[in-house]
Design a protein around this ligand. Structure first.
Ligand SMILES: NC(=O)C1=CN([C@@H]2O[C@H](COP(=O)(O)OP(=O)(O)OC[C@H]3O[C@@H](n4cnc5c(N)ncnc54)[C@H](O)[C@@H]3O)[C@@H](O)[C@H]2O)C=CC1
Ligand SMILES: O=C([O-])CC(=O)C(=O)O
Length: 320
């Protein structure tokens, strides 16, 4: 069987990290694409020169021409701009929407059968725009945010309880913004739902509230520390777990920005929900039972995402 082809659209901090992990894990041959000349070629060559050290039998190529991604099986999109301190993710909408248009056209012309993972922010609106511009089936286009947000949630819980991250299952729902919904009742440490941990004295309610708040603001915490851009190691690992679920038909249930039509009462939009990822892409949305408070938080976040989609439609009339 021929090797799979992984196209990385955007070769900046996340794109380069994705290429590194994809090569080390021999997910397939990697094409790094970017509009900046020399950047994808330089990263591809540097990485290719590392493959003999760990014996990875894959090729890496840098490209400025979409023709080079022809036939890609998976495309991970990080093209665009990242925020700096003082900015919100939503401030990136205007500039990154134009980028999604160019990327959508490039994907449509060159790899119409690919599974597409969008990472570019503001995530839920950009994955929507990318699906619209590419015209791909909604199950083949997903957004990466929930794996990252829930990984942050799990890490903070591990730090607090001392329990291995391997025994923590944390979930977040809704849009990738500060009003995302960490699912306290559905997340577990060693099988115990978080409210039970508080009851048993593992942590106080105030500790748990602090962890929820830190999770919501996790992206901004890294931006404030780095000062020149945003997180890239955890986002890249998160997207790779999604690509592997597709490539290996793992049927993993991962929190992703998936198309909801009916699920969670939504009428055709992308938002963060758990979904089964396998060879069919996002094969099924998993519906958590939400109580009134959770439903209200979810609705608030959905309203923010809908506002961003309306803004996209205003900027680009072809989306209306
Ligand atoms: N969904 C999520 O959870 C996360 C999303 N992000 C977002 O991911 C995006 C990428 O982040 P980084 O890799 O750190 O940024 P970066 O600035 O390091 O890389 C972006 C790359 O995109 C390229 N680019 C710009 N316009 C392009 C176009 N039209 N076609 C192809 N390439 C183009 C740039 O030349 C640059 O190399 C940002 O929008 C950031 O906000 C970042 C972290 C987490
Ligand atoms: O915060 C940002 O701008 C990048 C991002 O989405 C994250 O790290 O969650």
């Amino acid at each position: 069987m021929a090797r799979k082809k992984i196209a990385l659209i955007g070769s900046g901090m996340i794109g380069g990290t994705l290429a590194h992990i994809a090569a080390r894990e021999e997910l397939g041959d990697v094409v790094l694409f970017d509009i900046a000349e020399g950047l994808p070629q330089g990263k591809a060559l540097d990485l290719a020169e590392s493959t003999p050290v760990y014996n990875a039998s894959v090729s890496l190529k840098g490209a400025n021409d979409y023709a080079d991604i022809k036939g890609a099986d998976v495309c991970i999109v990080t093209a665009g701009v990242a925020r700096k301190p003082g900015m919100s993710r939503d401030d990136l909408l205007g500039i990154n929407l134009k980028v999604m248009k160019a990327v959508g056209e490039g994907l449509k012309a060159n790899c119409p059968d690919a599974f597409v993972i969008c990472i570019t922010n503001p995530l839920d609106a950009m994955v929507w725009a990318l699906q619209q511009f590419s015209g791909f089936k909604t199950n083949k286009v997903v957004g990466m945010a929930g794996v990252l947000d829930s990984s942050r949630f799990a890490y903070f819980l591990s730090e607090k309880t001392g329990v291995s991250v391997a025994d923590i299952h944390a979930w977040t729902l809704a849009g990738h913004g500060d009003d995302m919904v960490p699912m306290v009742r559905h997340s577990t440490v060693g099988g115990l739902p978080l409210p039970e941990l508080v009851k048993q004295g593992w942590m106080t309610q105030a500790d748990l509230d602090g962890i929820v708040d830190r999770t919501r603001k996790g992206g901004g915490e890294i931006v404030a520390l780095l000062k020149t851009g945003s997180a890239y190691y955890a986002p890249a690992e998160s997207a790779i777990s999604m690509a592997k679920a597709y490539l290996n038909d793992q049927k993993r249930v991962l929190p992703v920005a998936a198309w909801c039509q009916g699920e969670y009462g939504l009428d055709g939009m992308y938002v963060g929900v758990p979904a089964v990822l396998g060879a069919g892409g996002a094969e099924k949305v998993v519906e958590f039972d939400l109580n009134d408070a959770e439903r209200a938080m979810f609705a608030k976040s959905v309203t923010s995402v809908q506002g961003l989609i309306a803004a996209c439609k205003e900027i680009d009339g072809s989306l209306a």
